[in-house]
Design a protein around this ligand. Structure first.
Ligand SMILES: [Zn+2]
Length: 331
């Protein structure tokens, strides 16, 4: 039954474009009830800016929402560009869910979209500034004019770190806010959104406990990573994040920074240099071979692809925990 309705809706816009009037007014009227967007199948249409936002919308909205992701799987989200077509589609969303200051192009498109129901995850928890220890935002100034090759981690005007979803406790706070926003946008299903939110928050709280317990007793508290995305995670569990080059995971760090990191590695008993799945591991390998360290993956979960070490947020986070425990010498 449901499939039939969906198929009819999919067919109509094509038929109209082709100039086929044979369908008649009745079919068009039947379709118009679902709003202008089409294909939503009577559901609440949520457009999510990148994976962690998409995951929240799907987990909390379940059958009542149709979620579209602006950042396609496997795409590094920071430097995402939005096509005019995507901007137009964005305007048709019932709800937009995004994280301001992570993706400048998305911020701009959202501001232009005219959509009333916009949820900025950055307002649902408290964002903080994190320096990637020793090396941080100095190098970013000149970066803005780059060819889009680089990795803009300027973290917004205020210097706040947007990678907040990597702290399960803060991600749970955002989940609660998203749940409340969906309840408001679609009151008919408020009870279900509430139930789903509670369930998700429960799972995130359990994950937080796993991290706390799993990282309690380790030989080292310091980890080195190409992508300084783990400031919130480090702070939550009492670890120190050392970013290799801070801004651009593809660029080689300066000789001075390399020397500094070699000293940190020795002093802090570091065994592993982490790299991420969506960017090159070149820098990590250079540093690791210079210092005799191992390399491993620490996934900032900015997207899920076939290279990810898990199918969703929870699986990848548990893989991150396992890799951190290994690298830090968990007892
Ligand atoms: Zn990032």
């Amino acid at each position: 039954m449901k499939m039939d309705v969906m198929n009819v809706r999919r067919l109509i816009p094509t038929a109209v474009l082709a100039g086929a009037v044979a369908l008649g007014a009745t079919a068009l009227t039947a379709c118009s009830g679902g709003g202008a967007t089409g294909g939503k199948d009577g559901k609440l249409g949520v457009t999510a800016s990148f994976y962690p936002m998409q995951f929240l919308a799907e987990q909390i909205g379940k059958d009542h929402v149709k979620v579209d992701g602006l950042t396609k799987p496997g795409v590094e989200p920071h430097d995402l560009e939005i096509t005019p077509r995507q901007t137009a589609q964005l305007g048709e969303a019932d709800v937009i869910l995004y994280l301001k200051s992570l993706q400048p192009a998305v911020d701009k498109a959202v501001a232009q979209s005219g959509v009333k129901n916009v949820v900025d995850a950055a307002t649902l928890t408290k964002l903080e500034a994190h320096a990637s220890s020793g090396h941080d935002h100095g190098a970013e100034e000149g970066h803005a004019e780059g060819e889009g090759e680089g990795h803009d981690h300027s973290h917004g005007e205020s210097g706040t770190d947007p990678h907040v979803w990597l702290d399960p406790a803060k991600y749970a706070e955002i989940a609660k806010g998203v749940g409340a926003a969906l309840e408001k946008a679609d009151p008919a299903h408020a009870a279900d959104y509430k139930t789903n939110t509670d369930e998700l928050v429960g799972k995130l709280t359990a994950l937080d406990t796993e991290f706390k317990d799993g990282l309690k007793n380790t030989a080292s508290r310091t980890f080195i990573t190409t992508h300084s995305a783990f400031g919130y995670l480090a702070e939550r569990y009492g670890l120190d994040q050392e970013g290799i080059s801070g801004v651009d995971p593809e660029s080689e760090p300066s000789p001075a920074r390399m020397k500094e990191l070699q000293e940190v590695a020795k002093k802090e008993n570091v065994s592993t240099v982490f790299f991420e799945t969506l960017a090159s591991d070149k820098t990590a390998k250079v540093l690791a071979s210079d210092t005799g360290l191992k390399t491993d993956v620490l996934d900032p979960l900015e997207g899920i692809s076939d290279k990810s070490q898990g199918a969703d947020y929870f699986e990848v986070m548990r893989s991150n925990l396992k890799n951190l425990q290994k690298a830090l010498g968990s007892k």
